[in-house]
Design a protein around this ligand. Structure first.
Ligand code: GCO
Ligand code: MG
Length: 412
C-alpha cells in the first residue's frame, strides 16, 4: 500500500506514435508506467492536423501527466481539460483522448479483463457494423451493395459520384469546368440533391427492403436543400441520413424534425458539448456520430452515451479510415457495453494496418468481435509503424479545397 496520496503506479512517459500504414495519417499515444511492462494505448487521430496534436501532447500533456497516478483517470482528465483554459477544440481534445484511452487500457489490463467488462459487461455478443458502398452509377452502387450483402453486412452506407463533380464518398472524375478553368475540384449541390432520391429508389427496387441503407450528406448542401432532401428520401426508409447540416447550422434540425421521420445522424464534426447537448436534449437527432477522440476520449464518450440513453438517442460512433485501430477498439468496447447502441461505422482494416496493430477487432458476419484479451486487446508494432511515415504533402493532410462553379469555397 502506498503512502497516503502517493500513487501506487505512476505515469513515467507519454509517447506519440505517428504512422500511416494505409496512407492515412494516424496518431496513437502510448503511456508507459512505473510497473515494468505495463503500458496503455490511446487514439489521438485528427488526420488533417496530426502534427498539431503531436505538439500538444509533447509540449503540454506529457509534462502534465508524468508522475501522476495511472488510476485517477477522471481526475486527470478534468485537470488536464481545464489546464489550457481555452478548451474543447479538436487538437487538445485529441491529445487528451490519447492519454485518456491509454489509461483505460491500463486499468483494464490491471484488472485482467477486457475493457468492456469495466464498462458494465456485454449487452450484445458482437458489434454490428456498416461499411461503405459507392459507385459512379446507380447500377455500380447496386453491385457494390450486393457484394457487401453477400459478405453478411446488413447495414450499408451508399454514396454515388455525381458525374463531373468532386463528390464526397464517390470517385467521379471532376470534369465540370468552373468559371476559373484551372479550378481542380468543383461541387454543386443541386445535381446531388436531385440524384440521391433516385439512387435510393433504384436500390429499394433492386436489392429490396431487407438491407439497412445509410447515406452521408457530409454538410455539402445549403440547409434548406437539406430539409427538402430529408423529406424526399423518407419513402426509402433510410436507417439514417448523416450530416444533413454543418454544425454551424444546427438550428435547422428543429425545422426538419417537424417535417419528416427520416432518422437523422450527426456528430463527427462536434468537439464541444455546446454543439451536441442541445440536439440530444431536444431529441432533434436519432444517432450521435461523434469521433470519440475529437470530444476528449472514452471518459467523455461514456458520459455522452449515458445522456443519449435517457433521450432516446442511439450511438453510431464515427469509424472511418482516419480513426486508428486503437480508436476502433475503443468504439467496439463501448458499443458492447451500452444499451442504446445504434450501429458502428467501420472502415475495413487493410492488411498492412492489421500488421502494424496486432489484435485489430475481428470482422465477420457483418460484426466486429472482441478478442477478450485484457484491456483494449490491441497492440502496436512500433518498428513496423515506423516503416509507414506520414506521406509528403504540402498541407500535411488537410482536406483539398473544393469550390462551387463560381469559385466559392464549400465545406468538404
Ligand atoms: C464518415 C466521415 C468521413 C470523414 C473523414 C474526414 O462518415 O466516415 O464523413 O468520411 O469525411 O473522416 O477525415
Ligand atoms: Mg460522415
Amino acid at each position: 500500500m502506498s503512502e497516503r496520496g502517493e500513487p501506487t503506479i505512476k505515469i513515467t512517459d507519454v509517447q506519440t506514435i505517428l504512422t500511416a500504414p494505409n496512407g492515412i495519417r494516424l496518431v496513437v499515444v502510448k503511456v508507459l508506467t512505473s510497473e515494468p511492462g505495463l503500458y496503455g494505448l490511446g487514439c489521438a487521430t485528427f488526420t488533417q492536423r496530426p502534427l498539431a496534436v503531436a505538439a500538444a501532447i509533447e509540449n503540454y500533456l506529457k509534462p502534465f501527466a508524468i508522475g501522476r497516478d495511472v488510476d485517477r483517470i477522471e481526475d486527470l482528465w478534468q485537470a488536464a481539460y481545464v489546464s489550457s483554459y481555452w478548451r474543447s477544440g479538436p487538437v487538445l481534445n485529441n491529445a487528451l483522448s490519447g492519454l485518456d484511452q491509454a489509461l483505460w487500457d491500463i486499468k483494464a489490463k490491471r484488472a485482467n479483463m477486457p475493457l468492456y467488462q469495466l464498462l458494465g459487461g456485454k449487452c450484445r455478443e458482437a458489434v454490428p457494423v456498416y461499411t461503405h458502398a459507392s459507385g459512379n452509377s446507380l447500377t455500380e452502387v447496386e453491385d457494390n451493395v450486393r457484394k457487401f450483402m453477400e459478405k453478411g453486412f446488413r447495414y450499408i452506407r451508399v454514396q454515388m459520384a455525381i458525374p463531373g463533380y468532386e463528390t464526397y464518398g464517390g470517385r467521379s472524375v471532376p470534369t465540370v469546368v468552373a468559371l476559373n478553368p484551372h479550378q481542380p475540384r468543383t461541387w454543386e449541390p443541386t445535381p446531388y440533391v436531385r440524384t440521391v432520391p433516385k439512387l435510393l429508389e433504384h436500390l429499394r427496387n433492386t436489392v429490396g427492403d431487407d438491407v439497412e441503407l445509410l447515406h452521408d450528406v457530409h454538410e455539402r448542401i445549403p440547409p434548406i436543400q437539406g430539409v427538402w432532401l430529408a423529406k424526399a428520401v423518407e419513402p426509402y426508409r433510410l436507417f439514417f441520413l448523416e450530416d444533413l447540416f454543418a454544425p454551424e447550422d444546427n438550428d435547422y434540425f428543429r425545422m426538419v424534425r417537424q417535417q419528416t421521420s427520416t432518422p437523422l445522424a450527426m456528430g463527427e464534426l462536434f468537439v464541444n458539448q455546446a454543439e451536441y447537448v442541445p440536439l440530444i436534449r431536444e431529441r432533434l437527432i436519432d444517432f450521435i456520430r461523434v469521433h470519440i477522440s475529437d470530444i476528449g476520449g472514452l471518459s467523455m464518450a461514456r458520459k455522452l452515451a449515458a445522456f443519449c440513453e435517457f433521450m432516446g438517442v442511439r450511438t453510431a460512433w464515427h469509424g472511418p479510415g482516419d480513426v486508428s485501430p486503437v480508436g476502433h477498439a475503443v468504439n467496439m468496447h463501448l458499443d458492447l457495453a451500452v444499451s442504446n447502441f445504434g450501429i458502428q461505422e467501420l472502415s475495413l482494416f487493410p492488411e498492412k494496418t492489421q500488421e502494424v496493430f496486432p489484435g485489430c477487432p475481428e470482422v465477420r458476419d457483418g460484426c466486429m468481435w472482441a478478442n477478450d484479451k485484457p484491456g483494449l486487446g490491441i497492440d502496436i508494432d512500433e518498428k513496423l509503424a515506423a516503416k509507414y511515415p506520414f506521406p509528403e504533402h504540402i498541407y500535411n493532410g488537410a482536406w483539398p479545397e473544393i469550390r462551387r462553379l463560381d469559385g466559392t469555397v464549400v465545406k468538404p
